[in-house]
Structure formats: C-alpha cells, structure tokens
Design a protein. Sequence first.
Length: 483
Amino acid sequence: MDVQYETVVGLEVHAELKTASKIFCGCSTAFGAEPNTQVCPVCAGFPGMLPVLNEKVVELAIRTGLALNAEIAEHCKFDRKNYFYPDLPKAYQISQFDAPICKKGYLDIEIDGEKKRIGITRAHMEEDAGKLIHQGDITTTPFSLVDLNRSGVPLLEIVSEPDMRSGAEARAYMEKLRAILLFAGVSDCKMQEGSLRCDANVSVRPIGQKELGVRTEIKNLNSFRALERAVDYEAKRQIEALEDGEEIIQETMTWDEESGVTRSMRSKEEADDYRYFPDPDLPPLFISQEWIDRIRASMPELPDQAQQRLMDEYGLPEYDASIITLSPDTLAFFDECLQVYPDAKTLSNWMMGEMARLLNQNNIEIQEVRVRPEGLVSMLKMIDEGKISGKIAKKVFEEMFMTGKDPEQIVEEKGLIQISDPEVLQAMIAEIIASNPKVVDDYRSGKDKAFGFFVGQVMKKTRGKANPAIVNQLLKEHLDREG
Ligand code: ADP
Ligand code: MG
Ligand code: ZN
C-alpha cells in the first residue's frame, strides 16, 4: 500500500524592531541611507567597544510577547553566537541562547474556515548583521562590498512550533504574525526592505507517525507567495526522494523564485558549532512585573479584537473581517469610510475586490494609494443615487486609483453619467424593438435569451451607461404590452 505523507513546517521569523537607534549604540536605524554613514566603533565591531542596551528594544520585545500571548521572562541574558562572515565584523552576533525574553506563546490562524492554533516556542532579541553587496560576475572579477548600516539594528527572532501542515498554513501564520506586529506597532514589517524575513523548516513523515522527519531549512523567503510555494515544493521534493528510497539530508537551502525550485546551499550548522556563551559585556536583564503591567495597559487593539469588533458591531462576515484586519492601515481606511458610509458589507466588498486587486497588480500598500476614504465613499454614493452603474463604477474606481482624481470629476470628464431618464430610454427601446421583429417573436415564444439580447442592445447604444434596473423594467413593459 502507498504510504501517505504529511508536511510539517516550523518558521523562524526575524522582525526588525521599530526603534530610532540601534540595539547597542546610538546610530540611526533609518533605511536607505548612503552605505556606511550610520556606523560607529560599537556597531562596526572595533575591539574593546562596549555595548549599551537600548531600553526601547526591550519594551518592544515585551509588547510583542504580550501580543503573542507569551510568557515574559523575569530574567534573561545575552549570549555571543560565534561565526565568521564578512558582514559580521566582530565575528560574533549578540543574541539570546538559552534564556530568551519570551516563551510559550501562540497565535490563531484560519484555514479553510476553521481556526487553528499555532504555538510559538520563543522570541529573542538580537542584533542584525551588515549587508554584502555583490558586484561583477564570474566572467569578470566578482567582488563584494560591505555596508554596515544595518549592523546592530535590533531584531526579534520569533520561532514557531512545528505546527503547520502546508504551504498555505505557513502563509496564513506569516500573514497573521505580520498583522499582529503591525497592530502592536513594533515593526514596519516591510518584506521587500527586509524588515520582516522568514526561514522555513520543512520535513515530511508518514501520516500517523509521531516522530518528526529530517528537516531542511529554506532561508530568506521574502514574500508570502515565495513562502507558500517554497514549502509546497520542498515537501513534494522530499516525498519523492523518500519514495525513491533516498534519505533526506539535514541542510540549508535557498528558494529560486524564477525557476520555482529549492537548492542546497550548505549542510546545516548545529548550535554546538556556534560556541554560544554569555556576553560578558552585558549584565543580565531583570524585567519587573510593574513594567510588564504598564506595557500591557498600553496595548493597542490587536487583529483578533478588531476582527471581533467588525463582526459584532457591523455584522461583517468572519472572512471579510479577517481580510480587513490584515493591516492597521486597511482597517483605518475601512473605519474612516464607515464613519460616513455605514454599509459595512458594501465597503468590504469594494476593499476586498477592486481595491485589493489594484493594490496587488500595482504592488503597493493601501497607505500609498491615492484614493482616500472620502473618494471611495463619494463613488459609492453616486452608485446609490443612480448616477453611475456598478459596472461603470469599476472603471471610475480604477481611474481614481491611478490618478487620485475625485469620482465626480472622472464621471464628468469621461461622460459616464448613468442614463436613468425613462423618456430617453423609452425612445431607444421602442426603436430597438421595432427594428428586431424576429427577436420579439422569439421572446414571445418563450426564449429567455431574447430578453438579454435587447438589454445588450440598449447597453451597446449607451456605451454601458443605461441604468440596468430601469432598462429591465421598461423592456418588460414594452414587450409584454405589445404581446
Ligand atoms: P535552529 O534552526 O536554529 O536549529 P530550532 O531547532 O529551534 O532552531 O528549530 C527551528 C525551527 O524548526 C522551529 O520553528 C521548529 O519548529 C522547526 N522544526 C524543528 N524540527 C522540525 C522538523 N523536523 N520539521 C519541521 N520543522 C521543524
Ligand atoms: Mg534555523
Ligand atoms: Zn553604532
């Protein structure tokens, strides 16, 4: 009998914490500056320089832990993780090894309409490394430049339990985690800029087997789509290998987005290889209950609470509410519309439909969009007042999205006002009916298609601007009256 396999996934996520200065020095963390302009002897790793912990980093780590339902350690410490790489001038990274700041949390995802809880093993603070910029190519002389601006930027590494069972679940976890970090205000979470990064550990095992299979780790997945595809590809690769009688080797891999395959990078290091030991330059950290309570009291609304609010107060379906709460900017847009346009379901339809489609297509975020809530609301009111049809509204919205113009202006400029005047439509309908006697006969002999033909003709004549409800009503009257 064929063995059935299941996929097992655990994610390691690195989020850059939103502080003005680095974790152990006063250098700026701003993204995009000229290379090596935000560097000092501490973050450049000069010998003998002393790190000083940035209190804001600890605060944001606690805030994240609370948002993830985790235990905050009363006492934790920093360790040195030793390895050599050209972007790590000290040859060690300050991280937390066996005493992380947060432990035993969870978050809930929704998958196929069902809630599933994913455990979070731990979250620990650490410093980011610099960046290598590779130049030249193999045919000339390849070389790399080092930019240390990122060296010492604070990170929180969030490690999940191996609780996910597919690429789709991994993606749902990542999307939810991002939403939580954004709502909690702890990270910008810009995957393209690298302020949110994800490594996926993937293994497979025969269904029913308790022990985990041998895993591989896919590094630096920089989009949700890449994460989902890479996990599914890698699971399939492993199953095929096992079915061919091969063994899975524990190794580190990369994802090639273009060809859609994972590739081996190196065999995996073990914790032993890093020779972790407590950093002697940093004292252990004691976190008072009083500080935790103060942070807890200042926690903002989180995605699950916001979702519940949208369901309870506005009767939004659970699915809609979960999409609207994927980012605070989306929720703010929605909330702002709702103040002046209380039809929540119509709003969510537009935001999940046309708005999401255009955001995706143009690869931008809602806060960068030129359509503002007032614009969307004015447009919806024009539909309600019968000035434009729902179909024309989609064209109008796309134009608003691209140009930031008011819907009124677009409708005016392009002559898109809906024709609802019965007299104008009446005349048109009479003419169309008169010149298509055969189709009239078809209609009277019960062919439903014939009615659609007449509607189509009116729409063609008016270039889509006829009010469909009125057209339908007038047509019926006409055809039935003369029958
Ligand atoms: P490291 O990768 O640094 O050795 P861990 O041992 O803590 O760190 O594991 C990292 C991640 O791998 C965790 O998210 C964990 O859930 C996941 N993981 C561990 N074993 C497996 C496995 N056999 N299959 C899938 N994921 C796994
Ligand atoms: Mg790992
Ligand atoms: Zn510095």
